[in-house]
Design a protein around this ligand. Structure first.
Ligand SMILES: *Cc1c(COP(=O)(O)O)cnc(C)c1O
Length: 233
């Protein structure tokens, strides 16, 4: 596909997603500028990131360290904010904090020291990923709601990390509206303790409306902008 055709495709996807966000905000009685669109560019090339930046995208999300490191380096001239949204290994955390402006997937205390070390000289925004799965569910990512308090204290005490809020993914197979209602309740008690950590990263291509209704401040949207991801890479 030519660059012009791809640009058209991305412009169209972006326009639709921005309209969905605006509509969801209107339905929820919220101002559209309360919600930041993070375009998730995982599996897509740096050339797409360049086109997106040209189309006015300011925030991009990646979920795999090596790919994110390479792409953020290739696109360093664009002035984008890079959000790391994927599962994080503690031995990669310092490297991730070297290029990420925000890390959404902090779900255990073991990640805090390496992130802080890797961020040195800058400030990295941190969101705590909270699990909305039932306790004991297999393959769940995210901290138990009951563990957020202690984790938040660790992050808040780190010199180069800024505690910003919470992140969650709606469990597969559950109505996202119900999952995000639980998230809103968890967030509400979290805010009692950390009133400045008001970011809520929730909502993807298929459930951004429900997330905005539940108070999301950051939606992470991939396929609705870029098309379906290549299955193998
Ligand atoms: C891939 C991914 C997204 C984007 O998913 P889409 O369904 O393509 O919008 C959002 N959040 C996380 C954590 C992801 O890994």
């Amino acid at each position: 596909m030519s660059a012009d055709a791809r640009r058209e495709e991305l412009a169209h996807g972006l326009e639709e997603v921005r309209a969905r966000i605006a509509r969801a905000c209107a339905d929820a009685g919220r101002a559209p500028d309360e919600v930041t669109l993070i375009v998730v560019t995982k599996f897509f090339p740096a050339s797409d990131v360049r086109l997106l930046a040209d189309l006015g995208v300011t925030d991009v999300g990646e979920n795999r360290h090596q790919e994110a490191a390479d792409k953020s380096r290739e696109c360093a001239d664009l002035g984008l904010r890079w959000h790391f949204i994927g599962g994080l290994q503690s031995n990669k955390a310092a490297a991730v904090a070297g290029y990420a402006d925000a890390v959404h997937s902090v779900d255990r205390a073991k990640l805090v020291a390496p992130l802080d070390r890797g961020a040195a000289g800058r400030e990295v925004d941190v969101l705590l990923q909270v699990s909305l799965d039932p306790p004991g569910a297999s393959g769940r990512a995210g901290a138990d709601p009951g563990a957020l308090g202690a984790l938040a204290e660790e992050v808040a005490a780190a010199e180069h990390l800024r505690l910003r809020g919470l992140m969650a993914v709606a469990p597969l197979g559950e109505d996202p509206e119900l999952a995000f209602e639980r998230l809103a309740a968890i967030r509400s008690s979290f805010l009692d303790q950390h009133p400045d950590a008001a970011w809520l990263s929730a909502g993807m291509s298929n459930d951004l409306e429900q997330a905005v209704a539940a108070g999301a401040t950051h939606v992470r949207v991939g396929s609705a902008v870029l098309g379906s991801r290549p299955r193998f890479q």
